[in-house]
Design a protein around this ligand. Sequence first.
Ligand code: NDP
Length: 328
Amino acid sequence: TRVINLKNRPVGLPDTKDFEEVQENVPELLEGQILLQSIYISVDPYLRGRMSGTKEPIFKLNAPVSSKLIARIIQSRHKNFKTGDIVSHYLDWKEYQVSDGTGLKKIDQDGAPLSANLGVLGITGLSAYLPLTTFGKPQPGETIVISAAAGAVGSIAGQIGKILGCKVVGIVGSDQKVTLLKEKFGFDAAINYQTEKDLGAAIAAHCPSGVDIYFDNVGGGISDAVFANINTYGRVVVCGSISNYNDTEIALSPSILPIVVYKFLSIHGFLIADFAAQFDQALIQLSTWLQQGKLKYTETILEGFDKLPKAFIGLFNGLNEGKMIVKV
Ligand code: NDP
């Protein structure tokens, strides 16, 4: 089978040379094991920290990268799984691999398209819905600003803001994404941070009543510009900070603390795994909105197992609209 290993710990923006494709033999199945064929593999920003060794579990060098994937069972010697079942779990970047079934979740093949289980009906959809509602507490008529708004999490968070009756403004890196947000996802406005000379002024212009909730995927200067427009009792949901993931040093800047005090701000970080007890219920809500046509999604699917490094690196260049996925 083809396998993609981590070759070097990336420094700065990852490079395709940091990865290496190798061949490995697939062992014969033992009793209690199954053989999986990868169908869709998710690439995600959090993998960056595991590659550089700053986030646990750290990827080993010259060993496979792993992430959430969807696979078909093509052989089974396990009593709970049969050939043809489709499953998802955190698994290695391999075309074929053997599993003892631990952690595998069966996927309903009559439901949404399989790839949706990596996006809108997977971790990224949950990361939009649960923290936005739990920490953001959107009220009808409030204004929400979302960074990386055309991405997997951002595009869903914005639509949920609209469903809940808010005004939603997205910040994105291209004019094409501005159009996508307004025309497909129903955002009220969108701002291209690449071409906007004064981002703070642009946010002020699009949010005449100020910003009540900031759903942050990006950090850095974009977040500074949003904080400059935040309202008293504003809520900031810190989902991620992708603009810093390739930095060699973490910038810890307490310069916003005075604003936190005099504006009575609530700032919440989270790791979505902490919401695991609410996943099943949340997925019912997300599926219902999808079926009702209230929630839409898009995906950027690169075809070919060898595209995994390119797809992963593309997250840091804005190559994706919606969830970035590799189809093996
Ligand atoms: P996305 O689909 O949003 O892809 C990343 C996007 O980020 C790119 O398309 C790009 O869009 C934007 N981006 C990349 N680099 C920069 C930069 N330097 N400045 C501004 N924008 C940038 O990824 P996800 O939806 O999977 O993840 C979004 C965020 O949510 C990440 O920070 C991730 O780590 C976090 N996350 C956190 C979870 C948690 O449990 N806390 C769970 C899941 C995700 P553009 O063209 O607009 O620049």
